[in-house]
Design a protein around this ligand. Sequence first.
Ligand code: PLP
Length: 301
Amino acid sequence: MESGNEHILLPELTDQGIRLDVKREDLLHPVISGNKFRKFKYNLESARKKGSKTLLTFGGAYSNHILATACAGKENGFQTIGVIRGEEIAEKWKENPTLSKANEYGMNFRFLSREEYRKKEDPLWLQDFLEGMCDLYVLPEGGSNALGIKGCEEIIVPSDKKYSHICCAVGTGGTMAGIVNSSNSNQQVIGYPVLQNSDLVKDIHNFSSQSNWTLETKYHFGGYAKTSSKLIQFMNSFKEDTGILLDPVYTAKLFFGIFDMIKNRKFPRESKILAIHTGGLQGITAMNMKLRKKNLSLIKL
Ligand SMILES: *Cc1c(COP(=O)(O)O)cnc(C)c1O
């Protein structure tokens, strides 16, 4: 695959003369997939230089970033601590496929109430919380610090300058900021947030050096990890048509948004769109467990 981009051929695209390619960041690593792999590169280097022994980070119970940290720690000789949102999970994390896999990679957990968890950005709280733990390298939620964003700048390579639009899913916005930084100013970068409310605009501004970006805020499907039968159906038919598996939390919403916008003629004819498949496929197991409980149709693997 030249430059790692895969061409999608579907009638709804060719009818409008639109080219859609997918950057398969999901294939970078079997566990640390997509943007999380990018975010670790310079952070691991920095942790090594500092002589840190343990990576500590934050996330929800199904977080791609938590599992990625556990695996990256194991592969690179660091201990790992995952600070998990929700104290009720302490009793049932073994039933959670993400956390039990992270634990297999050697990650230890600290569970916090949602209220406590919200304080994690407060430096005084953090100092208190970390007291007594030594040789730590602390990564923020989602891995979106300056070094994480620097790693995400490498998602875009020189041959990607031929695209008119670059589209990506947005959680914390770190990945998008990296993509914006390495895009050409005449390219339009479009982000599809999966969270309903957030300070993304401010965050992306803080971390990016250009203003050639917009957010399409209609495709969150009710918020993080929320889904619908319509979205699952879309994922399954996209898989059938293209062979590409999407994840229910991020990339399904991204591609649903892109196709909805194409249908509504939001992209000019002859647009050349690059969509970033940021990975996250580990989340499917847990989502299918939830869907099965509710007797809803499942994501086909
Ligand atoms: C974490 C993640 C994102 C969001 O990345 P941010 O940098 O937090 O915006 C997008 N897609 C997948 C698959 C992810 O795991």
